[in-house]
Design a protein around this ligand. Structure first.
Ligand code: ADP
Ligand code: MG
Length: 211
């Protein structure tokens, strides 16, 4: 179970984590893109941080929808619409809720995956954020089906996201700016997979800190 307050604290912590990793994410993007991923996400989540005050007592769906709208209007690039759609679909999956059960979280992850796929048309192995998100979603679903609690499930999801992120290194990019490099994109970590992992890991860290 995750409370509305924990969701707000997670999103605040994401702003901090993205700030701490701004240069790292931008360096990853410098290798196979245009060196702006950290800058883009930092701009977006700084704005999210300030917007959270206005939705402090709203349901989780409304909170996540505000995140979505803020990211769409501030991040830009490919990742702005993609993260915007991820949070928009996730918000719809948990509309009106003030706490999330494990089943709600399964729906949240599935909606996030579906949103990214519909928006970006990427498949697993295309060297994108989906390579971290999809394995995380599957791992969480399996963990819950086997009786795990929220934290145990999220530990498996984060581990799967981390593996998925690392697995992007040898891949040749099939989507986004990195695909312009074709074979030369191999040998580098995908920036979007790295940011996705950081955002998800921040949820686990947040939940464990108040456990
Ligand atoms: P841009 O490439 O426009 O500069 P960013 O640098 O902010 O945007 O984000 C790049 C990241 O976006 C990539 O590392 C990748 O993970 C993700 N991405 C790009 N295109 C797609 C897509 N079609 N589907 C899923 N993710 C994508
Ligand atoms: Mg870029």
């Amino acid at each position: 179970m995750i409370s509305q307050a924990q969701i707000i604290q997670w999103l605040q912590s994401v702003a901090v984590v993205i700030e701490e990793n701004k240069d790292y994410l931008t360096e990853l993007d410098a290798a196979i893109g245009d060196a702006d991923h950290g800058i883009n996400l930092h701009r977006g989540f700084q704005k999210v941080f300030t917007q959270l005050v206005g939705v402090a007592d709203k349901d989780i769906g409304t909170v996540l929808k505000t995140v979505s709208m803020t990211l769409i209007s501030t991040v830009g690039g490919a990742s702005g619409p993609l993260y915007g759609t991820l949070f928009l679909r996730a918000s719809a999956a948990v509309a009106g809720k003030h706490e999330l059960t494990n089943q709600d979280l399964v729906a949240f992850f599935q909606a996030a995956v579906d949103g990214v796929v519909q928006r970006g048309k990427a498949q697993l192995g295309d060297k994108t954020m989906l390579d971290a998100l999809l394995p995380a979603s599957e791992a969480f679903k399996q963990a819950v089906a086997s009786g795990d609690g929220t934290i145990a499930g999220l530990e498996k999801a984060v581990a799967a996201a981390e593996t998925g992120k690392q697995n992007t290194i040898p891949l040749v990019a099939k989507k986004g700016r990195a695909s312009y490099l074709a074979e030369r994109s191999a040998g580098h970590l995908d920036p979007g997979a790295a940011s996705l992992y950081l955002i998800l890991n921040a949820l686990l860290v947040q939940l464990k800190s108040v456990d």
